[in-house]
Design a protein around this ligand. Structure first.
Ligand code: HEC
Ligand code: HEC
Length: 391
């Protein structure tokens, strides 16, 4: 697989010498099912990275936000559990063709999202929706996952892509059988769970731990936020010393109920909402969203409100990836909101019509400048979240 990607003889020499260094760069193993599976060398630190004791600021430790953390079955993050989860997240043997991993669509450099409208699955088929960011998945108040919130816990969610016919195309049995034939898993499972038994439940627990460890708390916004008490005073009424005038104006617009009022929906400490919403993308929703799962007419066209942390890195935007830039997103809220029958209250006028913000050019630019302060390059650059396989 590795060798196929690189065509020139020069690259071949480099790869071969890396393989000699690691002596075990890639080997083919025959699984019980008779198909050949590939093993690529792993590079893990001698002492595990710290995933379990992040130096979180006070506002991410408050009882309110702690109450918003969704942890199923007491699956708290441990360093060894998240380390196993990291390896599984980048494990291409989780896809039928051994060509893609979770990390192929959820790319660290893009805050664990993809740069294209719809992502490519193992056989080249396209996903039905835009790949979601994995920022701060631990802190989602109703604890449900996917754009339509069809997964009730993160533990349930993480096994869905493996079995999805477009994404990875596996069964849980074939996944476990493959993992049993890879030499590095017995010790990783033993460290995480006490013995080497590989089960899909354990795969799910470990993947969920890795995802919950991905917490953004070091953006420019966070530095300003740390100067305030918890719970915060109304954020539209205090200027951050580390912000430019334009960023502070954007913050005021975002948080003020009288101005852009974005915080009505993106208003928790991690910039998400307590339940799905309808932001008026279309007059009639082509994708039924939450309503397509629950069958409730009043939820048709309602979608999960993604965290806006690192939003500048996750274009394109919305469940269908229709907007390519934050300028376009802001323009939607300024002039584009449609009178969808389920349009959420904060985006309606008292008479029920869409509340178009009709922002000035300066205010639109200020909102985008504020959204850019949510970028946290500690997430995109941290080796502990990166691909551990030797390429
Ligand atoms: C082929 C691309 C692709 C692959 C591979 C993939 N995902 Fe996704 N992921 C998506 C798409 C698309 C969505 C949104 C789907 C939807 O809502 O219907 C998504 C959504 C998610 C979500 C929901 C986030 C939220 O806030 O609700 C999580 C968590 C997630 N994926 C984790 C994973 C894990 C773990 C793996 C590997 C086991 C994985 N993904 C593999 C494309 C992919
Ligand atoms: C009524 C609730 C609501 C309000 C108010 C609201 N949003 Fe949203 N926002 C949503 C929902 C729901 C989505 C996802 C919609 C979808 O994809 O179908 C979303 C998506 C977004 C996205 C794209 C996220 C992604 O990962 O693709 C951005 C950026 C955004 N909103 C910014 C803003 C800004 C800026 C404001 C204020 C001008 C605002 N929102 C006001 C509900 C709201």
């Amino acid at each position: 697989m590795i060798l196929q990607k690189l065509s020139t003889p020069k690259n071949l020499v480099i790869v071969l010498s890396i393989c000699l260094l690691f002596s075990n760069c890639k080997k083919d193993i025959t699984s019980t099912a008779g198909s050949s599976i590939s093993e690529v060398a792993l590079s893990l630190p001698v002492n595990t990275y710290n995933y379990s004791h992040l130096a979180l600021p006070a506002y991410l430790l408050s009882s309110v936000i702690q109450g918003q953390i969704n942890i199923a079955n007491g699956n708290t993050v441990t360093d060894n559990g998240a380390t196993l989860g990291r390896v599984l997240f980048y494990e291409k043997n989780l896809s039928k063709t051994q060509t893609i991993s979770c990390g192929s669509c959820h790319q660290q450099s893009n805050a664990f999202s993809d740069t294209i409208v719809l992502s490519k699955g193992f056989a080249g088929g396209l996903t039905a929706r835009n790949t979601m960011t994995l920022m701060n998945t631990a802190y989602y108040p109703d604890g449900k996952y996917f754009w339509d919130e069809r997964a009730n816990t993160l533990e349930i969610q993480v096994l869905a892509p493996v079995q999805n016919v477009v994404e990875m195309g596996m069964t849980l049995d074939s996944m476990v059988s493959r993992l049993q034939h890879l030499s590095y898993y017995p010790s990783l499972f033993t460290k995480a769970f006490g013995d080497p038994t590989i089960t899909s439940d354990r795969v799910s627990l470990a993947l969920a731990q890795f995802l919950r460890s991905i917490v953004s708390y070091q953006s420019k916004f966070d530095i300003g936020r740390q100067s305030l008490a918890t719970p915060a005073p109304p954020l539209d009424q205090v200027a951050f010393a580390n912000f430019t005038a334009q960023e502070n104006r954007g913050k005021q617009l975002f948080f003020s109920p009288q101005l852009a009022n974005c915080a009505a929906c993106h208003g928790t400490e991690t910039f998400t909402a307590t339940k799905p919403q309808n932001n008026g993308l279309d007059l009639v929703s082509a994708d039924q969203g939450v309503g397509g799962i629950t069958g409730l007419p009043q939820q048709i066209g309602n979608f999960k409100v993604p965290s806006l942390k690192n939003i500048a890195l996750t274009a394109p935007y919305m469940h269908d990836g229709r907007f390519t830039s934050l300028d376009q997103v802001v323009e939607h809220y300024s002039t584009g909101i449609q009178a969808n029958r389920n349009l959420s209250g904060p985006l309606r006028n008292p008479d029920g019509t869409p509340r178009l913000l009709n922002l000035s050019a300066d205010d639109k630019a200020a909102l985008v400048a504020f959204l850019n302060t949510l970028t946290d390059t500690n997430i995109t650059g941290d080796i502990k979240y990166s691909d551990p396989f030797v390429k």
